[in-house]
Ligand binder design. Sequence first.
Ligand code: ADP
Ligand code: MG
Length: 699
Amino acid sequence: MGNTIPELFGSLVFSDKIMREKLPKDMYKALRKTIDNNTHLEIDVANAVAVAMKEWAVENGATHFTHWFQPMTGYTAEKHDSFICPVESGEVIMDFSGKELVKGEPDASSFPSGGIRATFEARGYTAWDPTSPAFIKDRTLYIPTAFCSYSGEALDKKTPLLRSMDAISREAVKVLKLLGKEDVTNVLTTVGPEQEYFLIDMEDYKRRKDLIFTGRTLLGAPSPKGQEMDDHYFGNLKPRVAAYMHDLDEELWKLGIPAKTKHNEVAPSQHELAPIFDTTNVAVDHNQLTMEIMKKVAEKHGYMCLLHEKPFAGINGSGKHNNWSLTTNTGENLLNPGKTPGENTQFLIFLSAVIKAVDEYADLLRLSVASAGNDHRLGANEAPPAIISIFLGDELTSVIEAIEKDEYFSRAENVQVETGAKVLPHFAKDTTDRNRTSPFAFTGNKFEFRSLGSSVSIAGPNIMLNTAVAESLSIFYEELKDVPADKMDEAIHKLVKDTIVKHKRVIFNGNGYTQEWVEEAEKRGLFNLRSTPDAMPALIADKNKKMFLKHHIYSETELESRYEIRIENYTKTLHIEALTLKDMVLKQFAPSLMDYIDDLTQSALSRKELGIEEAASIQTDLIKKLSACYSNTINGIKKLSEDVDKAESMEPDIEQCKFYHDVVLADMDEIRKYADEAEPLIPEGYLPYPTYEQMLFYV
Ligand code: ADP
Ligand code: MG
């Protein structure tokens, strides 16, 4: 392995360069064709690739291979097989066939399938995804795969993602053909996800049951200092954190993950990592790997890496910004405002396709970022509101307004042409990226979807985004396809204008944190789906189902299964939280509090005996106050237990989710309120777990 970074980068990846070196020329060409044009892979090519892959993997120390897939848990899964194959003499050789490369048969029965297994074949299989490169990790060759049931239903997140990439490519190519772009055969979506995370000391982590079982603290009073000084954001890195980040970068680079930017975030102990963007499919795989490696490297440095959306109350939680754009196989970014009127028209078409998509499928986009964890962030003035809107920036908004009013966009340096197409200014990034409160912002040559939670797979949001934009483009195509060439400019102009008029309600450049916006959005008829249970029905809403079926993203069964899994996932998450809180209160918090109350009582009694009345009465007041907290907390737990029992007796459907959200979560908040009131009054040493102060400020 090389020592310089360019040598290190991708050294554990079965890259294009290695494929070219290792494969016979015709086989390499055939494989490239499969990757670039999505054509069927012949078995002789698969065999050749398998041989080359195995050779390379063994040279690099691998002993096993695994089909790596993304079941609907949102995590990744793998099952390892060794390359060894016995031969006659009782010896073994290292062997790997094309068949083993392209197809695997993991036991699918323990992965969530949301009812698919009940009605269909129980087994599942994994199929090689040649568009995402294989890599070596822990002496195992990892082969990215899709995961399906035997009857062909997607049991994973990758399959629908690949389908959505196909759909948007197909529709975009058709529209580009109308614009005279005959050479474009493929359009890829690109994604650069910025990932936020917390680092805390592993020793602290191990003493917090809530972090261990739920990923977030269920109790904990704020420390004297929070994030109010903004002194952590972009602050200099402490040596131990810097060492972690350095190590993390290197591990990611080896896997070909182009980690680029790292900095401290707003909250204490919070950080961010951003890679250079890639095609969506690869970006999704890389983001899953990044989250995994973040945790692994953290352990090596004595840290725990927290990826939960809201590990600590009262300070910012963590999100993920999904930077998204469209690129042609000829290398053109379709969201780049053009320098010529032609490119300009093209930009405006794709821009309006996105505006239309976000307006019409805002409910789905909202759903795609909804989770029990993210509910603590969205709309809490630290992350975008739950209302999905688009930020375009002043410059682009004035272009849109001019188009709407049939006025020419007049800037001295811009040329006018007869058709009404104008040259847009080249947007400087800094004029468009100022509004951090917007969920969906245009940032110069891409959109940034900012509502994602830090722990989710980015596959979901990108499936929704790709499909919704594919749908806009397919409608545009239908409208334009029979227009004669000499009328095309005019027709496009009208189409863009009509789209803007119809969907401009989703554009909002103001402060998304204000109450005025909530009211204004309601007037505009925009969705405000506050919580996960509110957002969930969007997945199976008729208009959305229709779109998914039309573009072959999800079958009806696949949709239903995902809906079921979401319900299950939400209720289980809250169930575990409730039980953990109960456990912590009954076994840790309340006994510690009672210890302190007992000690105080002893001490107050002795003072009284000695006639030190004032101190004794101060202590008595404190005893009363703490005792009230004690009974309130314990009574709260009683109510929580009853409500959890009620919740568990309900049918697993949306009503159960709502009950968990409205009743169980409210019970938990109530308990926390009393406990957090008492915590600052309890001297250090009584509680068996670390406080916010200890966790956040001594890392
Ligand atoms: P910030 O949003 O923090 O100002 P940048 O704008 O530099 O940071 O980049 C944020 C992310 O957007 C990076 O991961 C970058 O690679 C990604 N990005 C840049 N161009 C594109 C594109 N055309 N498509 C998708 N992602 C992109
Ligand atoms: Mg950003």
